[in-house]
Design a protein around this ligand. Structure first.
Ligand code: SF4
Ligand code: SF4
Length: 439
């Protein structure tokens, strides 16, 4: 669900939601091979010759509705694309102006902006720093790996421009995180990628995204294909294999697990407490018994209604397909859409559609069957709806279980889950005591 009702704020029930706004839609100045969004230009039938830019009126409607629909001390706006910086810095000055116009007294508004970095300059970075934007910068690793897929329209790599952006972000002290796609190449070079982000980029926060797309992804929405789902371990699921149903640039399930394990071992041996890796921090929270802050590993779908420049709103950034449109800001408010039955059903389907394999899994608490977008394979027993990355996730969770439990216990925190949890430990001690009493 994309809206939560919890404690009171300002004497009323607290209300929070999250929308990824795409004020320039899928339009981008570069042309990455694996981009899941560029194809939306055809799918959503952008009107030929029309500017894909969200008009100032629509922008105002959106900002007003988004603020009015929430009752919380902080309201977070997320700006994505395509490439949002193509709109120019003045467009975002207008954004901030409108936010200030509608911001209720005492409410803090923050912004995050996802960018490929190629258009950032001093003017941009001064604006981003002054207005405290959090920037998500896409960078896939050292030059060869980054340039393999992140190319401009002439097919040239964008590495040098992105490294310039890194320099500018540091120079202007802009808050930023790096977003690194784990594909068929980067997954094979985990240490190189991680050390580059740590030592060269000095990434304040690393986010890794597994690249998973079936060959049909441009036109077919998740959960709508009638094709039989290959079983876990089927060779057709290996990217690059003959007859594979996957795009060749995808990461395989095992490569994903191995990537995370390699990075985790380096992190835990050398960098824990110094380097922030989003997945690992989220796992620590989960093992302690808290909710996973990442929607992909959470129990229900939760973060990311997506809005196109014409005001169309979709269930999630990964479900921008006509079947998953929930409305338009000109017909109903964002708040109504976020609370709608259709959207709630979408949110809860994540936990209701779990396979038996997931329901019995030792690491269900940490994984919850991962993102439904990736649930297109069947279990060894033939039950459909298993996650493509399952084997990799399971391998990773099994690998970190003992280390995380040890660290948490050492720091005096509870270990709520896993094979070495406090409950498991107490039960072992009780069993041993019973055996000793017997003898
Ligand atoms: S569909 Fe996937 S990305 Fe979207 S909210 Fe659910 S878990 Fe998150
Ligand atoms: S690791 Fe696999 S079986 Fe376990 S919850 Fe995740 S997807 Fe399901």
């Amino acid at each position: 669900m994309h809206i939560t009702q919890g404690p009171q704020f300002n004497g009323k029930a607290s209300k929070r939601m999250h929308v990824m706004a795409k004020p320039i839609g899928a339009v981008c100045n570069i042309d990455c091979d694996y981009c899941y969004y560029l194809s939306k230009q055809d799918l959503l039938e952008y009107k030929k010759g029309c500017s894909p830019e969200m008009s100032e009126d629509d922008l105002e409607t959106y900002i007003r509705q988004y603020i009015e629909g929430q009752n919380t001390p902080e309201i977070i706006f997320s700006w994505q694309g395509g490439e949002p910086t193509m709109l120019g810095v003045n467009y975002f000055k207008k954004v901030v102006e409108l936010q200030n116009k509608y911001r209720p007294e005492g409410i803090h508004i923050s912004n995050d902006l996802q960018t490929n970095g190629t258009l950032l300059n001093d003017t941009w970075c001064e604006f981003l720093a002054e207005n405290d934007f959090l920037v998500g910068l896409s960078i896939d690793g050292p030059e060869l790996l980054h340039n393999a897929y992140r190319t401009n329209r002439a097919g040239k790599g964008t590495f040098k421009q992105v490294m310039k952006a890194v320099e500018l972000l540091h120079k202007h002290k802009v808050k930023f995180a790096t977003l690194t796609c784990v594909n068929n190449l980067t997954s094979q070079n985990a240490l190189e990628v991680y050390r580059f982000l740590r030592d060269e980029v000095k990434s304040p926060q690393m986010q890794f995204i597994p690249i998973v797309e079936q060959k049909t992804f441009r036109s077919t929405a998740p959960q709508t294909s009638e094709n039989a789902q290959p079983r876990q371990g089927d060779k057709r699921l290996i990217p690059g294999n003959k007859n594979s149903i996957m795009e060749p640039w995808c990461v395989s399930d095992h490569a994903w697990g191995n990537f995370l394990i390699t990075v985790f071992d380096e992190w835990i041996n050398n960098d824990i407490g110094k380097v922030f890796v989003q997945y690992f921090e989220a796992c620590v929270e989960t093992w302690m018994g808290r909710k996973n802050p990442l929607c992909t590993l959470g129990e229900i779908c939760g973060k990311g209604l997506a809005m196109e420049p014409n005001g169309d709103v979709f269930a999630c950034d990964h479900y921008v397909y006509p079947e998953y449109k929930i409305g338009n800001i000109h017909d109903q408010t964002i708040e109504k859409m976020a609370y709608s039955v259709k959207q709630q059903e979408f949110g809860f389907a994540k936990s209701q559609m779990l396979t038996q394999q997931c329901q019995r899994c030792d690491y269900r608490f940490a994984c919850h069957g991962e993102c439904p977008k990736n649930r297109f394979i069947s279990t060894h027993d033939g039950e459909p709806g298993l996650n493509y990355l399952c084997a990799g996730w399971h391998k990773f969770f099994s690998h970190i279980d003992r280390s995380l439990s040890y660290i948490l216990r050492h720091l005096g925190h509870p270990v709520a889950h896993g094979k070495f949890s406090d409950a498991a430990l107490h039960s072992q001690i009780a069993q041993r005591a019973a055996v000793q009493t017997k003898y």
